[in-house]
Design a protein around this ligand. Structure first.
Ligand SMILES: Cc1ncc(COP(=O)(O)O)c(C=O)c1O
Length: 369
């Protein structure tokens, strides 16, 4: 018999002390933290879409009659609809429980214990989390001062043998794109190149059209951002048909739920409306960028996504973050070696953005006195 204290002796050694992904809390928890009613929380910490889903999603979910039946393990309808949306063929598409699940599945397919995975930091932390789970060796290549990928450094690192290289376009949390030229150059290295385009609809720039030319390219997308379905967890990848076939084999058979399928199909039926909201959010981003640029203590970085990364004066990041949280406005705060005194603010609707700007101004002027 094993006691609780010893149960870890049965666990995989590399997972006994694995750290959790630093995930964001739901509004109810944030409300409690700030001591305010949940409806007053302004949630700008998760790059979610504060418009919410299309009204057609609600209708479709409410009228569906067969929730007692398992979803299609081959995701036929979803893959067909996604192929039409993405301008490709269904055999190149796999849907996942958010694009997060596809990151996990790709690493399981390509990376074994000790295999190298390259990421360009600062970037989305899930690549590191999942690489660690499969026992991969993570090589982090720092970006340059404008957060561009250091292509030469990635090439040098990859020459020592890399199985997977993650590129993120636009990158989270920095908001900038990777050029197609850089992607093509890295594709020639022969490693799997995963281009995470979670914010594609905000940027309108993609490398998905390269998929037929390069079997080692996977493009990841999600419905969490442009379509407002973060809570329903649905993303997809565009890839070589052989890779897609293998992912369909190794994924849990009923990975995406019937609810997420329905929501995805209804969103695609209403894509013009959803894309016009994306257009509004892009306008809001530019408005917010203008306001932030006017604040002498804030350095916002140009963004092609639905968020803006801001640098604050040394030692001020935490104070501003806490000041915002006290006012019920939640943003993402970074206090790492690469991002010290940085905040990432998601772009909301005008009244959210206005509240953010006002609070920022108040907090910064309090600090100045
Ligand atoms: C770059 C990037 N990739 C993937 C994801 C995960 O998206 P999903 O909700 O589809 O799992 C996010 C979410 O913030 C992201 O920023």
């Amino acid at each position: 018999m094993l006691s609780s204290a010893d149960i870890h002796t049965l666990m995989l050694p590399h997972l006994v002390h694995a750290e959790a992904y630093d995930a964001i809390d739901p509004p109810a928890v944030l409300a409690q933290e700030a001591g305010i009613p949940e409806e007053q929380v302004i949630k700008l910490d998760g790059n979610e879409n504060l418009y919410g889903p299309s009204p057609k999603v609600k209708e479709a979910l409410a009228s569906y009659k067969s929730y007692h039946i398992y979803p299609d393990p081959q995701q036929r309808k979803v893959r067909q609809a996604l192929a039409e949306y993405a301008g490709t063929t269904p055999d190149r598409i796999v849907a996942g429980v958010g694009s997060d699940e596809l990151i996990d599945l790709l690493l399981r397919l390509f990376v074994g214990a000790g295999d190298t995975v390259i990421q360009c930091v600062p970037t989305f932390a899930m690549y590191a989390t999942f690489t660690h789970l499969v026992g991969g060796k993570l090589v982090s290549i720092p970006r340059d001062e404008t957060f561009d990928v250091d292509v030469e450094a990635v090439c040098r690192a990859a020459r020592e043998g890399a199985k997977v290289i993650f590129l993120t376009s636009p990158n989270n949390p920095t908001g900038n794109l990777v050029s197609e030229l850089a992607v093509r150059r890295l594709l020639e290295l022969g490693a799997m190149i995963v281009v995470d385009e979670a914010y594609y609809e905000f940027a309108k720039q993609s490398v998905a059209h390269l998929s037929p030319q390069y079997a080692n390219l996977v493009v990841l997308r999600t419905f969490s951002k442009w379509a407002g379905l973060a809570g329903l967890r649905i993303g997809y990848g565009i890839m070589d048909p052989i890779v897609a076939e293998r992912l369909l084999v190794i994924k849990p058979p009923y990975n995406i739920t019937v609810a997420s399928e329905i929501a995805l199909l209804a969103s695609l039926m209403d894509k013009e409306m959803l894309l016009s909201r994306v257009g509004n959010l892009v306008q809001e981003r530019e408005w917010l960028m203008g306001e932030l640029r006017r604040m002498p203590q804030v350095t916002p970085f140009p963004s092609s996504a639905n968020f803006i990364l801001c640098r604050l004066p040394q030692g001020r990041g935490r104070r501003v973050y806490q000041g915002l949280a006290r006012r019920g406005i939640f943003v993402r705060y970074y206090d790492t070696a690469l991002l010290r005194d940085y905040l990432r603010v998601s772009v909301g609707l005008r009244h959210h953005n206005q509240a953010l700007v006002q609070a920022f101004q108040q907090i910064l002027s309090e600090g100045a006195t």
